[in-house]
Design a binder for this molecule. Structure first.
Ligand code: GRF
Length: 187
């Protein structure tokens, strides 16, 4: 099986990156993580790139030509799928156009509900019965684009921001690999 070369974009913890690295070591998993891009030099996720000897690139988004650098690096590494995993910047129209339907993101809510930041606070404030995570294609709007997979759980009266985060992330580790398998079934 020829695995699709994939780049994961991160900004912080990188637990989804770690999970995808583990899953992609499975022979039948359709992708190989060939590149990690971070806009944060101190992102913990970089440690996984180092540990698994995956090339990584730090991008300084304050520089004018930083997008050219990203595109050059993606092309050089023959990347055909981009997974955003806690990447805290919005990709420009230009990158979204070049990689049309080849960029996916994971968001910690049941989209279209609660786009943007502070999701768990919003979920609690809104007294939702259920929450979860969504994997979706990326377009140039925030947390928008066609949905690939959603996974949900019921909220208990004891839940707080921290337990919701834990429960959501546990579901994310199932949802992201499943979404990837699902999109490759269509090709
Ligand atoms: C995840 O909860 C994801 O839904 C959101 O950012 C978080 C990243 O976590 N987009 P990690 O860096 O993968 O641990």
């Amino acid at each position: 099986m020829v695995k699709s070369k994939t780049c994961v974009f991160i900004s912080g913890q990188g637990s989804n990156l770690k999970n995808l690295i583990y899953r992609s070591r499975d022979k039948s998993f359709p992708i190989k993580i060939s590149l990690v891009i971070s806009n944060n030099k101190n992102a913990n996720g970089i440690t996984y790139a180092k540990k698994f000897k995956i090339p990584y690139l730090f991008i300084n988004t304050k520089l004018k030509n930083y997008e050219n650098k990203i595109i050059q690096c993606l092309k050089k590494n023959k990347i055909s799928l981009i997974c955003l995993a806690g990447y805290m910047k919005i990709l420009s129209d230009r990158i979204v156009k070049i990689y049309n339907k080849k960029i996916i993101n994971i968001h910690p809510s049941l989209l279209p509900k609660f786009k943007g930041l502070n999701t768990f606070e919003k979920v609690l404030k809104n007294k939702e019965r259920k929450t979860g995570c969504t994997v979706h294609y990326v377009n140039s709007k925030l947390d928008d684009g066609d949905i690939i997979i959603k996974k949900a759980f019921y909220i208990s009266s004891k839940d707080n921001v921290s337990t919701l985060k834990q429960k959501t992330q546990k579901l994310e580790y199932k949802a992201y690999p499943e979404a990837i398998i699902k999109i490759f079934r269509r090709y």
